[in-house]
Design a protein around this ligand. Structure first.
Ligand code: UDP
Length: 242
């Protein structure tokens, strides 16, 4: 079932359901892809047609941000829960570590994916990482060829938004992978170069505030959080009047 938040259709699933759905897609091996829009991505979809189409064509769309969950509530169509992309990713890591399925890490600055691979291997014993590549490449073709040589079951595409969503959409038909996930800065988190908010902050829905304190330069990007809440209030009021 889909829930629309300001023009973006989300799958209304809790974390366990989202992990199961992603696993199912991975097993179908048809280069399906997952997007995890936060308020910034929802906002960008309003005037970036390529991003809007890439998000609309995704096989799984989960809300990675408390702002999206609040907006859905304001609109009168609540979502079951927030599904942070990093948690969806680790949910799948846990499951694939017990199988012979393979993981490929694409994105971030040179050296980061390798460090992330080391830490993921330590955290999820048994996981099979079949390749890594940094996210600062000019041509897609050699990267796609490298990925297709090992044909991973799960490919993390961590190029930041909107690049990663558009990249997955435009290259899906050339790729031989099970499932792709667009996960922004998660390789930096796994590599240990960026810290995630403590669990208590996450539970309070304050992960955005923690990121803002750690990286004040993100203020321009984070302003999208209140903007989508105001937009949701506007839609709700207009809807009620109508
Ligand atoms: N990145 C990349 N290639 C690019 C631009 C960005 O690999 O051409 C990486 C960047 O190094 C970082 C990630 O994409 O690891 C974006 O992280 P950010 O924190 O902006 O994403 P968020 O988690 O906020 O979506």
């Amino acid at each position: 079932m889909h829930t629309e938040v300001l023009g973006v259709n989300f799958d209304n699933l809790n974390m366990d359901e989202a992990v199961s759905k992603a696993y199912e897609l991975m097993e179908q091996r048809r280069s399906a892809y997952v997007v995890t829009p936060n308020p910034e991505i929802v906002w960008m979809c309003r005037d970036n047609a390529a991003l809007r189409e890439s998000v609309a064509s995704a096989d799984l769309v989960v809300p990675d941000g408390i702002g999206v969950v609040y907006s859905a509530k304001i609109l009168g169509t609540p979502l079951k829960s927030r599904v942070p992309g990093i948690d969806l990713g680790t949910g799948l890591f846990k499951r694939i570590a017990e199988t012979d399925k393979t993981l490929y890490l694409l994105g971030a600055k040179p050296g980061i994916a390798e460090k992330a691979a080391e830490n993921i291997t330590a955290q999820f014993p048994g996981i099979k990482i079949c390749g890594t590549a940094d996210g600062y490449f000019k041509d897609d073709a050699p990267v796609i060829e490298k990925i297709n040589t090992v044909a991973p079951d799960l490919l993390l595409v961590c190029l930041g938004a909107p690049k990663q969503e558009i990249w997955m959409h435009s290259n899906a038909h050339k790729l031989n992978v099970g499932l792709m996930m667009g996960l922004g800065g998660v390789l930096d988190v796994f590599a240990g170069t960026v810290q995630r908010a403590p669990e208590s902050w996450q539970k309070l829905g304050l992960e955005w505030l923690y990121r803002l304190i750690k990286q004040p330069s993100r203020i321009k990007r984070m302003i999208k959080l209140p903007l989508i809440l105001f937009a949701a209030v506007g839609v709700r009021i207009r809807g009620k009047k109508a």
